[in-house]
Write a protein that binds this ligand. Structure first.
Ligand code: C5P
Length: 215
C-alpha cells in the first residue's frame, strides 16, 4: 500500500491486516525512527554525507501486530517521539539518502519474509515488494488529507491548523516525489483508490474485495 501522507494508508492497512488476520508493517515508522536516531546523535539531516556515514548504526526493532505495532531503536521505544514535529520536519531529507534506503529496504524485506503481510509506505509496490499479489495506491485531495492529519494530530493534543498541515504535507510530498532514490510513484500494476469521498470502512471493504479477487 503506497501513497502520499494523509491518504489514509495507515488506518486502511491496519484495518485490512486485522480483517485478514495478517501482520502489518509501517515502513514510514522505520524512516522516522532512523531520523529520530540521527537527531539524537547530532547528525545534521541536511548533510547527506553525514547521514550516509551513520546509516548502518541505528538498530531497529519493529513489531508487526496491527492492533499494536511497535518500534524501538537501540532498545528505546520511539513510537511517540517519531510522530513529533522535529522528526516529521526532517524525515524526507533523511529518507532521500540512498544508504538509508538500501539499509531499510533490506530490513523491510527481512521482516516481510515469505509470509503474508500488509505493508505500507512510498515505494512498496515499486521497490520493496514488486512481486506483491495486491498493490494499492491510495490518494485523496490535498484538502481531505490536510483535514485528516489535523484531526489526528489535534486528537493527540498537538494543536495545529489545517493550513499549517496543508503546507507541511505539500512540502513533504514534493520532496518524497522528486527525490532521486525510490521516489513516491504509483506502480504500473497498482490499483489507484481515491479516498476523498470514502469512509474508512468503505476503503477497507474495497481493498478486501480486491484481495479476494486476486488471491
Ligand atoms: O508514512 P509516513 O508519513 O510516516 O512516512 C514518513 C516519511 O518517511 C515519508 O514522508 C517519506 O519521506 C519516508 N518514507 C519513505 N519510504 C517509505 C515510507 C516512508 O521514503 N517506504
Amino acid at each position: 500500500m503506497d501513497g502520499p501522507s494523509g491518504s489514509g494508508k495507515s488506518s486502511a492497512s491496519r484495518g485490512v491486516a486485522r480483517a485478514l488476520g495478517l501482520r502489518y508493517l509501517d515502513t514510514g515508522a522505520m524512516y522516522r525512527a532512523v531520523t529520530w536516531w540521527m537527531l539524537q546523535h547530532g547528525v545534521e539531516p541536511a548533510d547527506p554525507a553525514a547521514i550516509a556515514a551513520r546509516a548502518a548504526d541505528p538498530v531497529l526493532d519493529v513489531g508487526t501486530d496491527p492492533d499494536g505495532p511497535t518500534i524501538a531503536v537501540g532498545g528505546v521505544d520511539v513510537a511517540g517521539p517519531i510522530r513529533g514535529p522535529e522528526v516529521t520536519g526532517a524525515v524526507s531529507a533523511v529518507s532521500a539518502v540512498p544508504e538509508v534506503r538500501a539499509r531499510l529496504v533490506a530490513a523491510q524485506r527481512a521482516v516481510i519474509g515469505s509470509g503474508d503481510i500488509v505493508v505500507e509506505g512510498r515505494d512498496i509496490g515499486t521497490v520493496v515488494a514488486p512481486g506483491a499479489q495486491v498493490k494499492v495506491y491510495l490518494t485523496a485531495s490535498a484538502e481531505a488529507r490536510a483535514h485528516r492529519r489535523t484531526a489526528e494530530l489535534n486528537g493527540g493534543a498537538a494543536g495545529t491548523t489545517v493550513e499549517a498541515q496543508r503546507a507541511a504535507m505539500a512540502r513533504r510530498d514534493a520532496l518524497d516525489s522528486t527525490r532521486k532514490a525510490d521516489p513516491l510513484v504509483r506502480a504500473d500494476d497498482a490499483v489507484e483508490l481515491d479516498t476523498t469521498a470514502l469512509t474508512l470502512d468503505e476503503v477497507i471493504a474495497e481493498i478486501l474485495r480486491l484481495v479476494k479477487e486476486r488471491t
